[in-house]
Design a binder for this molecule. Structure first.
Ligand code: F6P
Length: 346
């Protein structure tokens, strides 16, 4: 049996650990041959592949990015769907594909599966927004990076008596903002899942100043609505999703007006997707990779590997792409607690 493996959509730390896990298990325990497909769906459409054996994945556990490369190209948007990948699948004699991706890539995987391509999926996304799994590869590392950045921004905020607005990624969900914001003990967290009122944030900032804390840190998820009276134009990416980024500048400008404090902006951007994965992401990716190889060897196609509590299991792929996974109300409540009370730190 021969399986292909690809990474699609935005990269993240932990992809290489997952590739390593798949290859080690598939070639070792199951005696399968593995073919790496380069640059995601693009490589599958263009027939760009390389063989992957156990030696080819040595030293990958802690390496960021993806050695297979990725792209935001898609057979249904930039090709003829299943017909545009069929030649490579046939030439490489692939019995199945292991697809490591976020929601866009997994949606395409589900469509290909419905058209007869055998697929096993592994969820990855710093956004942590894939339904049916308690965690996606890359999220823990992104939270770690964002938290450390916010900690650093906090000390300079204090020195300069400024309001610091930090924008984090996450697309339409506020997972990174919520986790990093809570972990860094910020003064307000704005997420797409909750309406927000900048007058309230301004009151928090002023309240802190009145109590001797002449600085505040506000975390903004990139996917929040623009403040009233403003409109941030977002170009579309290759999947037709809005390319987000920049709303924090509008938030900061308004907060400066409302509070009289100098407000500065830091957009963390792709730094959240770079560098080495955390130990937690390395372990998650390894476990996901091993489980995916087991599913493929057992010919149980159309499944997505998932974490439920601390158990690695699998669910129907189609279930994972139905709706994005939102930050649950109890976590939003924790974020609201910061927002409402404007806690005085240290
Ligand atoms: O989905 C992961 C993600 O990093 C989002 O948080 C962000 O909005 C988007 O990808 C950025 O995509 P790109 O790297 O194509 O700019």
């Amino acid at each position: 049996m021969r399986i292909g493996i690809l990474t699609g959509g935005g990269d993240c730390p932990g992809l290489n650990a997952a590739i390593r896990g798949v290859v080690a298990r598939a070639t070792g325990a199951h005696g399968l041959e593995v073919v790496g497909i380069l640059d995601g769906w693009e490589g599958l459409m263009e027939g760009r592949t390389r063989p992957l054996d156990r030696d080819a994945v040595r030293g990958l556990l802690q390496r960021g990015g993806t050695v297979l490369g990725t792209s935001r190209r898609d057979p249904y948007i930039h090709g003829e769907g299943e017909a545009s990948v069929a030649a490579t699948v046939a030439r490489e004699q692939l019995d199945a594909l292991v697809v490591i991706g976020g929601d866009g890539t997994l949606r395409t995987a589900a469509r290909l599966m419905a058209e007869g391509v055998s697929i096993v999926a592994i969820p990855k996304s710093i956004d942590n927004d894939i339904a049916g799994t308690d965690a996606s590869i890359g999220f823990d590392t992104a939270v770690q990076i964002a938290t450390e950045a916010i900690d650093r921004i906090t000390t300079t905020a204090e020195s300069h008596h400024r309001v610091m607005v930090v924008e984090v990624m996450g697309r339409t969900q506020g997972w990174i903002a919520t986790y990093a914001g809570i972990a860094a003990g910020v003064d307000a967290i704005l997420v797409p899942e909750q309406p927000y009122d900048l007058d309230e944030v301004a009151a928090v900032v002023r309240g802190r100043a009145a109590r001797g804390r002449r600085y505040s840190v506000v975390v903004v998820a990139e996917g929040i609505a623009s403040p009233p009276g403003t409109n941030l134009e977002a170009p579309l990416d290759a999947f037709g999703f809005a390319r987000l980024g920049g709303v924090s500048a509008l938030v900061a400008a308004r907060l400066e007006e409302l509070t009289g404090f100098e407000a500065r902006v830091t957009v963390l951007g792709h730094v959240q997707r770079g560098g080495v994965p955390t130990p937690r992401d390395r372990v998650l990716a390894t476990r996901f990779g091993i489980h995916a190889a087991d599913i493929a060897a057992g010919r149980r196609f159309g499944r997505m590997v998932a974490l439920h509590g601390d158990v690695v299991t699998d669910i129907p792929l189609a279930e994972s792409v139905a709706t994005p996974r939102a930050v649950p109300p109890e976590l939003c409540e924790a974020a609201r607690a910061c927002f409402d009370q404007g806690p005085v730190r240290r």
